[in-house]
Design a protein around this ligand. Structure first.
Ligand SMILES: *Cc1c(COP(=O)(O)O)cnc(C)c1O
Length: 369
């Protein structure tokens, strides 16, 4: 046997990365997929065909427009802002990282838990210190606590997800404005689910240069596979972020696809309305199951609790071919999140959940909290 060169990997791994567990994007082919809040409807066939026709020629052989000029113009016109106020990213995930690389490194980042996990992960990647600021019991923001922290001099970024993933509730404009008025750091409001509900923060942008809004084509607009997110903010803020941005961060096909989707958004608006109706029905059905507590949602997913261990419920569902999201940690012990699917998906999920709960009930007479 050849002897391996003695290489001390741990000596060169960057400090702080030991706190980081790689994001595990579960991939289970062939299940009813209700774990990632995607648009569950088949992509409109006519649009898919037109997308196919876009591929070819210089789109493949030349570098894309690094400024995504045409897409940014379209988004700006859609929102009624200037193109200089828009930056696009390879998913809003990339924009979160770029914000933190620009402003977070060496400072503190405030994260209103429970919330989207990428704020913490990218804070650690960027060498910033993520500080959790727990939400209240009803998952609303604890503004006094947040302001107490975020007024300190090493505060760089506050993340507010509204509507919040995974809890499903939204913050009001008054709450967001109270934060903006009291802090000197960047306030990022992630509105990935705005198309389904909650208040639009755009009107605040004129008065608050330290507000940045994140949105995405991944959820309501059915482009999760192509990774298109965007940020709306003050042009001076965006110019700083551009320094850390990869020059060709968004590929040419994704740029063109996002433009096509935006131009045809009525198709998706109809789906959005159906998803909202499906959400209401799914919520009622969860509410009707004994031992299940669903939380109110203005999004395309529902947070819920059962009387059983969330791991057992999650695995029982997976065995029956339904994938949902298992949450956990100190903030959400025993909680699960299900994305709103098509009516057929939702029926399969409710049926599987009913069976799993009955099986667990048979095994254990005194349900754990
Ligand atoms: C899904 C999600 C995103 C990620 O969106 P991409 O544009 O696909 O990267 C961002 N924020 C929240 C809160 C999300 O749930």
């Amino acid at each position: 046997m050849k002897k391996m060169f003695p290489f001390a990997l741990n000596d060169i791994v960057r400090e702080g990365l030991d706190k980081l567990v790689p994001y595990d994007a579960h991939h289970y082919p062939g299940v009813v997929k209700l774990d990632a809040n995607e648009n569950p409807y088949p992509f409109p066939a006519e649009l898919a065909q037109r997308l196919g026709e876009l591929i070819g020629g210089e789109m493949l052989s030349r570098y894309p427009d690094g400024d995504a000029t045409a897409l940014r113009q379209d988004i700006a016109a859609y929102l009624g802002v200037k193109p200089e106020q828009i930056m696009v990213g390879n998913g809003s995930d990339e924009l979160i990282l770029n914000i933190l690389l620009t402003f977070g490194t060496g400072g503190r980042v405030f994260i209103t838990n429970p919330t989207f996990s990428m704020y913490r992960i990218h804070s650690l990647v960027a060498g910033a210190k993520p500080i959790p600021v727990p939400r209240r019991e009803d998952f609303s923001l604890d503004i006094p606590a947040l302001l107490c922290y975020a007024r300190k001099p090493d505060a760089r970024v506050v993340f507010i997800c509204s509507p919040n993933n995974p809890t499903g509730n939204a913050s009001t404009l008054e709450e967001i404005e109270a934060i903006l008025q009291a802090v000197n750091c960047l306030v990022v409001v992630d509105q990935a689910y705005l198309e389904f509900g909650g208040q639009d923060c755009l009107p605040l942008l004129q008065r608050y240069p330290h507000l940045v809004i994140l949105r995405t084509f991944s959820k309501a607009f059915a482009l999760a596979g192509l990774r298109v997110g965007y940020m709306i903010g003050n042009a001076d803020v965006l110019r700083q972020i551009k320094k850390v941005k990869q020059p060709y961060n968004l590929n040419a096909f994704s740029q063109a696809a996002a433009r096509l989707v935006l131009a045809n958004r009525e198709v998706f608006n109809q789906q959005i309305q159906e998803i909202i109706n499906n959400r209401e029905q799914l919520w009622q059905e969860l509410q009707g199951l004994a031992g299940v507590t669903p939380y109110p949602s203005v999004t395309n997913y529902i947070l819920f609790r059962t009387n059983y261990e969330s791991k057992a419920v999650y695995q029982g569902l997976l065995q029956k071919g339904v994938l949902i999201r298992r949450l956990g940690g100190p903030e959400l012990p025993g909680f699960l999140r299900v994305s709103v699917g098509t009516p057929a998906d939702n029926r399969l999920f409710i049926q599987a959940l009913t069976e799993v709960l009955a099986e667990l009930g048979g095994k254990q007479d005194v349900p754990g909290a």
